[in-house]
Design a protein around this ligand. Structure first.
Ligand code: 7TS
Length: 404
């Protein structure tokens, strides 16, 4: 196991106080904190070789281009894509999903079907509804159980030759459920459907192998795995990226432009119009290096310990109900205390230095299923500790006392 004390020293923000108390940051599912080495990479780019990429003969531009393309190679290696141009650099998960949804508007016809799951984030629901409105395709939903697991038997019934696309998150942001994506991908392929996996919540905990998964698309955001905001990636199988039209028109994505006709650049540039977040992409690569230096197996095992410890402590609290008790779970716990509003709990424990998220977590259909307005969500990362969980439980008990 890694040295937790040393790991915590890598994150400058963990030294700060909030409302006079040491920060306990349990809102990792919203965004992770950043190690110094990643922050240094951003400063180094802007201080020493800031230039635009892919378009300059001068030294700075060449240095920036190599650093940007090296980051793409690191991302390719991390996700085990077979070709570097199957990695499209984006502004984040939402961008990746919209890129595919936009592309499919040319590929779907009236009566075709798209399957999503009941566990999706809004960014994995709304683009498909927009796509269905445009194309006349129908949206079908894999229902969930009380434990927060997908009803796989119903998925079998929903699949047919009309299914063209299946979209599922790898890990649910609201409940932490780890979905059986390999099974979903294999079943969808039996009917010739393409599969996009939303890896926004999985990638901070799990190292996905896109070739072993055999999914058509896999997308994530750098900011949830120690990288900067406003950057992410979508992996797409080459044949599918070739089938999709460009998402945005502009510089970088063209081969030749005349007023009569424009031809598009090859992959990956066809999908990377305009000046990208150069520093962000470089930072993304450094963040992956950092997390890999700790090791994803170690990260998952340690976070699992935190999850078990916190779950036991929370279950011991009277009138507290945890939502999402699936067998396979990432380190996310959503809960409510009977008679108390999540917002009130979140506000009081913030005064004690504890950061959690409250609300519907951009997953209103899940809240509707449980007939609740929202939850308190504590989400853990590898730099959190059991001592922090003790502080959180202490603060929570104080909040419950004050509000009851
Ligand atoms: N998909 C899932 C499963 C997510 O959890 C999120 C963000 C997104 C997509 C969108 O990612 P973005 O980087 O493009 O914004 N989830 C959360 C959350 O749970 N709390 O804040 C953001």
């Amino acid at each position: 196991m890694f040295d937790i004390k040393k790991v915590r020293e890598d994150f400058p923000i963990l030294n700060r106080k909030v409302n006079g108390k040491p920060l306990v940051y349990f809102d990792n599912a919203a965004t992770s904190q950043k190690p110094q080495v990643m922050i240094d990479a951003l400063v180094d780019y802007y201080s020493n070789y800031n230039a635009n990429i892919h378009r300059g003969v001068h030294t700075l531009s060449q240095e920036a281009t190599s650093a940007y393309e090296e980051a793409r190679l690191k991302i390719q290696k991390h996700f085990n894509a077979s070709k570097s141009y199957e990695i499209i650099l984006t502004s984040g998960t939402t961008h990746g999903i919209n890129m595919v949804a936009n592309g499919f508007s040319d590929l779907l016809s009236k009566g075709d079907e798209i399957i999503v799951s009941a566990l999706e984030h809004h960014s994995n629901i709304v683009p498909w509804q927009m796509l269905c409105e445009k194309t006349g395709a129908l949206l079908k939903v894999i229902p969930m159980t009380l434990k927060g697991e997908l009803e796989m038997a119903v998925f079998d019934e929903l699949l047919s030759s009309k299914t063209k696309l299946v979209f599922v998150n790898h890990v649910s942001n609201a409940l932490g459920t780890i979905n059986p994506i390999k099974q979903i991908i294999d079943k969808a392929h039996e009917f010739g459907a393409a599969v996009l996996i939303d890896g926004a919540q999985a990638t901070p905990h799990i190292k996905p192998d896109v070739q072993a998964l055999d999914c058509e698309f896999y997308t994530c955001s750098a900011h949830k795995l120690c990288g900067p905001t406003g950057v992410g990636m979508i992996y797409g199988k080459e044949e599918w990226l070739n089938k999709l039209p460009p998402y945005q028109g502009g510089g970088e994505m063209i081969s030749e432009v005349t007023f009569e006709k424009t031809t598009y650049a090859d992959l990956p540039h066809k999908f990377e119009a305009g000046t990208p977040n150069i520093a962000g992409v470089i930072g993304f690569g450094v963040a992956l290096d950092y997390m890999n230096s700790i090791g994803f197996d170690q990260i998952a095992a340690y976070e699992d310990e935190l999850l078990t410890y916190a779950t036991e402590k929370l279950n011991a609290i009277d009138k507290l109900l945890i939502y999402g008790t699936s067998q396979k779970k990432a380190a996310v716990i959503s809960f409510n205390v009977e008679g108390l509003h999540p917002y009130d709990i979140g506000s009081i424990i913030d005064k004690l230095g504890i950061a959690v998220r409250t609300g519907h977590h951009c997953a209103q259909p899940i809240m509707d299923y449980y007939k609740i307005p929202g939850t308190v969500r504590a989400s853990f990362s590898f730099y959190n500790t059991k001592e922090e969980i003790d502080l959180f439980i202490e603060a929570l008990l104080r909040a419950i006392n004050m509000l009851s």
